[in-house]
Design a protein around this ligand. Structure first.
Ligand code: COA
Length: 145
């Protein structure tokens, strides 16, 4: 398994991975056109030539980025793919000058494992209605101002 930057032609496979978790409300849907146009901000996990996971680094504001659309194929969970994607997202965010990385999720225990802790992010408030059905916002400081 390796994690690499996504290409526009990965968009339909990425959309399929995200869609696995849209029906139950875990993830918000993403259009293929959006993914293709923003491919440089997506990372994918590839195993034996198949995409088995994806994640989106959404640069939300200067020095603030969101880890979103983290999805691992249901048949491939528990093999470290999610961890590899979270760690690669953190490295990419740091490389791009991001100081704080956050995720909006119901899965506090998972994000705690990587040092993300519940935090109020004031910049998020304008979007709060969209995310209010989620349990929380979990943030990690990854760089220096
Ligand atoms: C959450 C998700 C990305 C984890 O992917 P994964 O590849 O199965 O995760 P990993 O194999 O890297 O798991 C790493 C560790 O976290 C643990 N873990 C997995 N899911 C967990 C959860 N929901 N809560 C707490 N710990 C969890 C694993 O047991 C593993 O522990 P170990 O290192 O002691 O063996 C995957 O289950 C998924 O796609 N979920 C649906 C989408 C989602 O919830 N996205 C997050 C919100 S953006």
């Amino acid at each position: 398994m390796r994690v690499r930057h996504a290409h526009a032609h990965d968009a339909s496979a990425i959309r399929r991975l995200i869609d696995l978790y849209v029906a139950d409300g875990t993830l918000l849907p993403r259009a293929e056109e959006y993914i293709a146009a923003n491919a440089e901000h997506f990372l994918v996990a590839e195993s034996d030539g198949h995409l088995t996971g994806c994640v989106h680094l959404d640069e939300y504001a200067p020095s603030l980025a969101e880890l979103r659309s983290l999805a691992v194929d249901t048949a491939m969970q528990g093999k470290g793919i999610g961890s590899a994607l979270v760690n690669a997202t953190e490295a990419l965010a740091r490389q791009r000058g991001c100081v704080t990385l956050f995720a909006v999720s119901n899965d506090e225990a998972y994000f705690n494992r990587f040092g993300f802790l519940a935090r109020h992010i004031p910049e998020l408030d304008r979007e709060r209605s969209e995310v209010s059905r989620y349990k929380g916002v979990f943030a990690k400081d990854i760089g220096v101002v």
